[in-house]
Design a protein around this ligand. Structure first.
Ligand SMILES: O=P(O)(O)O[C@H]1O[C@H](CO)[C@@H](O[C@H]2O[C@H](CO)[C@@H](O)[C@H](O)[C@H]2O)[C@H](O)[C@H]1O
Length: 646
């Protein structure tokens, strides 16, 4: 250790990830609240500040930290622009404040402080150099007073005045400053935090029987998606589908004539990742669809699946991107226990990895140039973390609006690692969390641990891969519950739309998979059929769009309710102008009742305060005078989203 005169220690800084190796995440205009232990030897007064800077700013901005209990300090700053920020903490001994405190104590003890006043002149002079004209005038006058023993009484009262204290605080002399490590923050656009996804397969978009859907058919479905309040329309891959080893209906390994194959089996003689499946239309049609969707406030999210059908052009052009076995074949891809016999995995250890990575990046740029800003990334956990870190940062540097959703249903730490490496949003285990204990524990984990700094959950009640057991054979009430749970617990949500809203749930017996899955065939839907579920989904989405409390995930507090079939939580927005109480029944067969404890402390009110709560679906208002209030939910509308009026 070198000889070093620093006095102030700065440690236990939060938020930070892996000692600053990864960026914490925010969206535009969110706050970063920084905490740290800042301390020194002896009894000197110390001060500290957070310095922060956007990547394009030349100067650091500074916000002073406030001392809290036990040597802990805190300050907050707002991140106003998209992109990368850096922050660090500085700490120093504040000798001017020390002087003022010292003289104050002596004066209180009736000691004579002539000498101390003379010492103070030095601090006045230092402050003068930075002060405004009027402050300078004041400080100069104090110099005279402090030096003149005939003005002793006046000098004493000025020395301990609040006015001087404020000036000392404003112009600290930062001597022997200690500086912490720099820590990174990434700031996304708002959509990273609040998005409502609808998934369908464009090839099923035709309203005619057994006809392959096209992008033009998709255009006709846009009004439905808008009217239901969705803002992101996610399409499974839209590229040519391999003919070699193509899968047949119900995941059979041999396609029959006319079988359309799995759209994740990307690539054929008709093109690869930068081509469009000709039966869907052309790139021009796709661009038109993207534009029309955008005009209606919908962003099209594309699937990014790095794998290749055996007849993908990459296989011939870049054989070294695949791992060839001695028998001249490549082992098909897997996500154990699932087998993907129709696709070849990329060989990430290829010696030609630089070209491979560049092509992957170029593919993203290609679609971004076509107007795509959101990617759902297939199985990212089967590709190297460092690849993701590289490609996401490359894209974001040029196109900061781009968002990436990680489709990794795997071990928690792997999912967390992908989020740390740069994924904007992550699919979650919500799909399987069903009872009150599981839901509460999971949401607490996501929102109250350091995961809240980097992992933005996206809650999906179903996906084409997951037909959860609890939805198989379930009634309408259960579907409503699952949608409302997702839509109120998480600000990012999605559904595999037509299947969910029409409650199509026939499983492969004993498995959480759909029978006759659309992954392997075209399905026919009555796209414009309305039912109670579509009506509730639309209403709930409207509530989400109109209530800021539902546009972020981490602002949640579970409330006591004395019935395990009822889950209740309080949500608020940053200004606390929008406060909601949500109660959802977890029983789809019986009416449930319970007593709900109002979170008085969080609401900032005392016992006996009169509250009005208005159900945003039924528009019925209830007057609550007590801390505990009676709740009853029927299966017909198994939830309340109450807006609170205090
Ligand atoms: O592996 P996951 O369960 O996360 O699922 C995702 O990736 C799969 C591979 O891309 C994909 O699986 C589908 O496509 C495969 C390739 O064509 C095919 O072999 C599988 O049978 C089919 O389910 C899955 O849909 C995707 O969400």
């Amino acid at each position: 250790m070198q000889k070093n005169q620093r006095r102030v220690v700065i440690e236990n800084i939060s938020p930070q990830l892996n000692n600053g190796d990864f960026q914490i995440k925010r969206v535009v205009n969110e706050i970063v609240t920084v905490n740290a232990d800042v301390l020194t030897d002896g009894h000197d007064i110390i001060a500290s500040a957070v310095l922060y800077k956007h990547e394009k700013a030349k100067e650091w901005s500074e916000v002073r930290m406030q001392s809290r209990e036990n040597n802990n300090w805190q300050a907050s700053f707002t991140v106003e622009n998209q992109g990368s920020y850096t922050y660090k903490i500085i700490g120093w001994v504040d000798y001017a404040l020390n002087w003022q405190q010292g003289i104050h104590r002596k004066i209180d003890d009736n000691q004579i402080v002539h000498s101390e006043l003379l010492e103070g002149i030095d601090f006045l002079k230092k402050c003068s150099r930075k002060a405004t004209a009027s402050e300078k005038k004041y400080l100069k006058s104090l110099e005279v007073v402090f030096a003149d023993s005939t003005k002793y009484d006046n000098a004493v009262s000025e020395a301990i005045s609040d006015k001087l204290h404020t000036i000392f605080l404003k112009y600290p002399e930062k001597k022997l400053v200690n500086t912490s490590k720099e820590l990174p923050v990434y700031v996304d656009r708002i959509k990273a935090r609040f998005s409502t996804w609808y998934e369908f397969f464009p090839r099923s978009a035709s309203q005619n029987d057994s006809v392959h859907g096209t992008f033009k058919d998709c255009e006709k479905l846009l009004p439905k998606v808008v009217e239901m309040g969705f803002d992101t329309l996610y399409f499974p891959p839209v590229h040519p589908i391999g003919e070699v080893k193509r899968k047949g209906k119900n995941n059979t390994t041999e396609a029959k004539d006319g079988d359309v194959g799995s759209c994740w089996g990307i690539g054929s003689k008709l093109g690869g990742h930068k081509s469009i499946h000709p039966q869907l239309g052309t790139v021009k049609d796709f661009k038109t669809l993207i534009k029309k969707a955008s005009n209606l406030g919908i962003e099209i999210a594309m699937d990014y699946a790095l794998q290749a059908a055996p007849d993908h052009p990459w296989v011939k052009e870049y054989p070294s991107w695949f791992k060839w076995r001695p028998d001249g074949t490549v082992q098909y891809a897997e996500n154990p226990p699932k087998k993907y016999q129709d696709i070849l995995p990329i060989y990430w250890e290829s010696e030609d990895y630089k070209n491979l990575w560049d092509e992957c990046l170029d593919t993203l740029y290609y679609w971004i140039d076509c107007g795509i800003k959101v990617f759902r990334v297939d199985n990212p956990h089967t590709k190297p973390f460092y690849f993701w870190n590289w490609i996401i940062s490359e894209v974001k540097a040029k196109h900061p609006d781009t968002l990436f959703l990680a489709e990794a249903f795997t071990a928690p730490k792997i999912m967390q690692q992908l989020a740390k490496q740069g994924y904007t949003q992550s699919y979650t285990y919500f799909t399987w969390r069903n009872n009150k204990h599981e839901l509460t524990e999971y949401v607490e984990e996501l929102t109250k641990t350091d995961q809240k700094e980097y992992m933005r959950p996206n809650f999906w009640p179903n996906t084409p891969d997951i037909n959860p057991f609890h939805l198989q054979g379930a009634n309408e009430s259960k579907y409503i519950q699952r949608y409302v749970l997702a839509a109120t617990l998480s600000s990012n949500i999605g559904i595999y739309g037509p299947v969910f809203e029409q409650m199509i749930d026939e499983p492969i017996i004993g498995k959480e998979e759909y029978l006759n899955s659309e992954k392997f065939q075209i399905c026919k839907y009555d796209w414009f059929k309305q039912n109670k579920l579509t009506s509730i989904i639309s209403k709930v989405n409207k509530i989400r769009n109109n209530h800021k409390a539902l546009q972020q995930t981490n602002n949640i507090k579970f409330c006591s309710i004395n019935n395990d079939n009822l889950i209740a939580f309080y949500k608020w927005d940053d200004t606390k102008e929008n406060e909601l109480l949500i109660i959802i029944s977890l029983d789809e067969y019986h009416t449930q009742q319970g007593m709900l404890k109002v979170p008085l402390h969080e609401l900032g009110i005392g016992h006996g305060h009169h509250l009005k709560v208005t159900d945003l679906i039924t528009e019925i208002t209830y007057d609550w005078h007590d801390e505990w209030n009676f709740i009853q939910l029927q299966t017909s509308i198994p939830f309340h989203i109450f807006k609170i009026t205090k």
